[in-house]
Ligand binder design. Sequence first.
Ligand SMILES: Cc1cc2nc3c(=O)[nH]c(=O)nc-3n(C[C@H](O)[C@H](O)[C@H](O)COP(=O)(O)OP(=O)(O)OC[C@H]3O[C@@H](n4cnc5c(N)ncnc54)[C@H](O)[C@@H]3O)c2cc1C
Length: 476
Amino acid sequence: MTSTTYDVLVLGAGPAGENAADIAARDGLRVAIIERELVGGECSYWGCMPSKALLRPGEALEEVSRVPGARHAVTGDVDLEDALRRRDAFTSNWDDAGQAGWVESVGVDLIRGHGRLAGERTVEVTAGDGTSQRIVATKAVVVATGTSSASPPIPGLADIATWDNRDITTAKQAPRRLLVIGGGAIGVEMAQAWKWLGSEEVTIVELFDHLLSREEPFAGDELALALEKMGITVHVGAATQRVDRDGTDGPVRASVRLGDGSTTTIEADEVLVATGRRPNTDDIGLDTLGLEPGRFITVDDHLLANGVEGGWLYAVGDVNGRSLLTHTGKYQARIAGAHINGVDTKAWGDTKATPRVVFTSPEVAAVGLTERQAREQGIDVRTVRYDIGHVAAASVLGKGHKGTVQLVVDAARRVIVGATFVGPRAGELLHAATIAIVGEVTLDTLWHAVPSFPTLSEVWLRLLEAYRDEHQVRFA
Ligand SMILES: Cc1cc2nc3c(=O)[nH]c(=O)nc-3n(C[C@H](O)[C@H](O)[C@H](O)COP(=O)(O)OP(=O)(O)OC[C@H]3O[C@@H](n4cnc5c(N)ncnc54)[C@H](O)[C@@H]3O)c2cc1C
């Protein structure tokens, strides 16, 4: 076994690992990144990018169909072959040469293989040909090994062929009947995409009482209505009790207890399991450090792993479980990279104001606390809602451009602690809310931030006016 030394080793070249390596290398440290599959990680090849590419054609058609004068030009449906070609281009046909080139261009060495921690500051890498090398990091090791699809303990599920996020984002044809277990972000996005792409029957089964169970209930409910309107069957408050399949690729039959207590059987050609993620930590040598394999690596706000002495082991991105999103993982990577370089910095933007966008039509975009979370924290909560359909820009953009927007306000401090936007392109409205929360901008100051006419951002003015009137306050 050969042995090498670097200042910093990064385990996993997804978005979080790539960014940690880049930032750590900027001040002249010698950095290597270890990757066992594709440089770019889940997001580039089986997550964000292909899923958004699959959604966009249907969304574009829907958008035009709401604009009198233009809608008559839309004469057909989504072209599946063309849409899949675009998806394949988005993922560079699952070839990471471009991203590997970027890693090298920022002065980071790429080492291909499966990495395992082997005691303090040491990683052992096993290459595809079975050869191993031991690498020592003089300063730090950053674990960024991400997550994989988790499977719930539903009787029968482990015995049949099912789809996870990798299968659904790489599929070459639309299953005629698609059952989606789990109404979170991945489930709802893929249900809508494949309905647009040609699946005739799409059914979502969600255990909680509304889709997107971690968001405001009204957001999931408005999304469910939109999905049902396009022919998707949505069961909320419903438990999948058993799943069977005829042979290896015959029809799937799922027995589901519905919210009203009755039981139904759903037949499908494929079943997407989208009920959560598990950390990729079962085979990365955590036991050599006294940490438990298979668990998220909990961290402090420097992104240093709890329970590891010496301040040398960081964990960024999905693997620490703080927030399972690309942009928050990259933020953590920036903080960890700077901390390794001696900057006294801590992460808080990923927990205090996590921006989340579900790219369905309508989009659901949220940041900060939900109303319930704010109340649980003992905040003196006031909320205000407005229908974005009532701002002038909405009617300019098209018929039926609507959706609820809500602010959660800390009334005592007169600052926003949470915001939710539902509607077409709602995600583009989100960053203003993120800035307001991160900057603790008071409502009195926001009153002087004048939105342009006619833009959707005018909803900010309408919300402040509604807050003023409903809660009898004045802005200076
Ligand atoms: C369908 C889907 C859609 C999504 N859409 C969005 C979205 O729109 N916006 C958003 O913000 N997030 C989205 N996400 C979430 C996003 O993909 C993740 O949050 C993000 O990829 C996490 O980045 P990461 O670098 O932490 O981990 P990953 O992207 O999982 O990368 C980890 C890397 O580590 C490598 N690795 C693991 N173990 C080892 C080892 N032992 N040795 C060497 N290499 C190893 C893996 O091969 C992988 O390349 C989506 C996820 C899915 C599944």
